[in-house]
Each structure stands twice: as structure tokens, then as C-alpha cells.
Design a protein around this ligand. Structure first.
Ligand code: CP
Length: 302
């Protein structure tokens, strides 16, 4: 995967995903490997972020690399009207790798086509969030001891939630059964259902949390993505519908783990946080090891 951009999780395939998970395990055990000495990583965040940006920065520091970039496009020459193309062409002269988050779907692919260095997609609009998916896969493997044959519930904003889209694609390599729980206006888009149909993967759609969650191995909660709604009233109608509470976990499987890409708004009650089945903060930690693995692999340093 050396010098290959990570735009979509499909760029890696099953073997690529497994290789990253293996490397992430190595970095969890050996975090401070100074393999990035002399390398400069650009971090271009055109949208807000806490976990993705800071876990990438933590990963780069642990690997001995340097970071340039911006956390707010208004502090860059984009605010003067510079195009994404010119921004990427310029920044790729200053860096060995670019990590980019951008609100437009397809922006990461476009950037990869004009950049002289690999692009890592840190989220492009409602499309994909492949590095989140790799840390989600790492979290699933760690908690379940396997990736195959799991019953995975995806809950919340399945329309705009980019983490859901790339996770669904990655898990599809491992014979899952999916249960989708969402408001009818936030259902998983048809293109993803066709993707599953073509692979013969079973999925069931629900509009309510029912006792069917007693069969779940993974419940992946998501926030309703307010920033993607063109009509604020639609957001008001669809927010706060699915709220996971501790009492709902009473009759669930022992191996069940609750995941959430975070940030959380109201969709998981804080009383769940102390439940041993809650895994979302450790999941966020796994982002450091996984992103160390992605950077090292992309630059061919390990
Ligand atoms: N999961 C995730 O992408 O979080 P941030 O928006 O805080 O980076």
C-alpha cells in the first residue's frame, strides 16, 4: 500500500484491512517507534474534529514526525478564494503525506488525483470515513476475538453518517448480518443496500429499538448529523429518537459491546458509560494505534 492514497475503505480490501489491524496491534504494544523522523505530515481540516485530528497528531508525535496544517480553513488562503486543487498542489510540496477532512463528498478522491503525495481521507462529507472504519474494525476484533459472522446493529443517522457507510463496506468482507435502526428519513441509502444485495449479505431494517437487540454482538450508535441537513426542521424531527439507556442492556449478550464513533450528543445516556459493555472511549484510544499503522503502511516504513 506504499504511496497509495486511502480515499475509500474499498482501496484496502480484506487483505489490506487485516494488515492494518495486525500493524495496529504491533503499535499498541510498541507505541514509540521513531520511524517518521525527518517526515512532515500535513493535517488539513476544513471541518471540525476532536478525535480524528488529535489521534492523528498523537500518532505522528509517537512516531517522531512533524505536523504542518490548519484546523480551520478560515485561517488558510482558502478564505481568499484559493481552490482545493491549488491548496493541495501547494501543500503536497511541503509534506510527505496529507491527512484531509473536507465537507464535500468526493473531495478526498479529487485531492488524491492532484496531489504529489498520498492523501488520507479523514472524512469527506456524508461519503466515507475510512480511518474511523479501520479503528472500528480493530475495536470489533479486539472485543469479539474475531471479525467473521457477527450480528451488527447500526443505529441512528444511517443516511448522512459516513462512518456507517465505510464500516458497512469493510464488515461485508466478513459475512455479517446487519440490523439497521433508523428514522425512515435517515435510512441507509439505496446504493449501500444494493452493495449488500450484490454480495448476498443479510440485512433487516427497523424503525424502533426492540428487544431484538438481545441478539446483537455489536451495537454501533451514531449521532444525527445536524451539519448535513438543509432543512433545520427535518433535523428537529429526527434528533433524539434513538437513545440507548442502561436498562435496555439487561438482557443482552455477554460479548455485546457498544460502539460510537463520537461525538455523542444525546444518543447514549451517560448511565451506559459505566456499563462494561460500553466501549466507545477505548474505541477512540484505538484510533491512535490504527492511525500509526495507516501512516506507516502508506509511507512504506514498516
Ligand atoms: N469520530 C470522529 O470522526 O470524531 P471527530 O469528528 O471528533 O474527529
Amino acid at each position: 500500500m506504499k504511496n497509495k492514497s486511502l480515499v475509500s475503505i474499498e482501496d484496502y480490501g480484506k487483505e489490506g484491512i487485516l494488515k492494518i489491524l495486525e500493524l495496529a496491534e504491533y503499535f499498541e504494544k510498541n507505541p514509540n517507534q521513531k520511524i517518521l523522523e525527518g517526515k512532515v505530515i500535513a493535517s488539513l481540516f476544513f471541518e471540525p474534529s476532536t478525535r480524528t485530528r488529535l489521534s492523528f497528531e498523537s500518532a505522528i508525535h509517537k512516531l517522531g514526525g512533524s505536523i504542518v496544517g490548519f484546523t480551520d480553513a478560515s485561517s488558510s488562503s482558502v478564505s481568499k478564494g484559493e481552490s482545493l486543487k491549488d491548496t493541495i498542489k501547494t501543500v503536497s510540496k511541503y509534506s510527505d503525506l496529507i491527512v484531509m477532512r473536507h465537507p464535500l463528498e468526493g473531495s478526498a478522491k479529487f485531492a488524491s488525483e492532484v496531489s504529489e503525495v498520498p492523501i488520507i481521507n479523514a472524512g469527506d462529507g456524508a461519503n466515507q470515513h475510512p480511518t474511523q472504519t479501520l479503528l472500528d474494525m480493530y475495536s470489533i476484533k479486539k472485543t469479539q476475538g474475531k471479525l467473521d459472522d457477527l450480528n451488527v446493529f447500526l443505529v441512528g443517522d444511517l443516511k448522512y453518517g459516513r462512518t456507517v457507510h465505510s464500516l458497512l463496506m469493510a464488515l461485508s468482507n466478513f459475512n455479517p448480518v446487519f440490523n439497521f435502526i433508523s428514522h425512515p428519513k435517515l435510512q441507509i441509502p439505496t446504493e449501500y443496500k444494493l452493495f449488500l444485495d450484490n454480495l448476498g449479505i443479510k440485512y433487516y431494517e427497523h424503525t424502533e429499538f426492540t428487544d431484538i437487540i438481545s441478539k446483537a454482538d455489536i451495537i454501533y450508535m451514531t449521532r444525527v448529523q445536524r451539519e448535513r441537513f438543509s432543512d433545520p426542521m427535518e433535523y428537529e424531527k429526527t434528533k433524539n429518537i434513538y437513545v440507548l439507556k442502561n436498562e435496555m442492556l439487561e438482557n443482552t449478550k455477554d460479548n455485546l459491546r457498544i460502539l460510537h464513533p463520537l461525538p455523542r450528543v444525546n444518543e447514549i445516556n451517560e448511565d451506559v458509560d459505566e456499563n462494561p459493555k460500553a466501549y466507545y472511549f477505548t474505541q477512540a484510544l484505538n484510533g491512535v494505534f490504527t492511525r500509526q499503522a495507516i501512516i506507516a503502511s502508506t509511507l512504506g516504513l514498516i
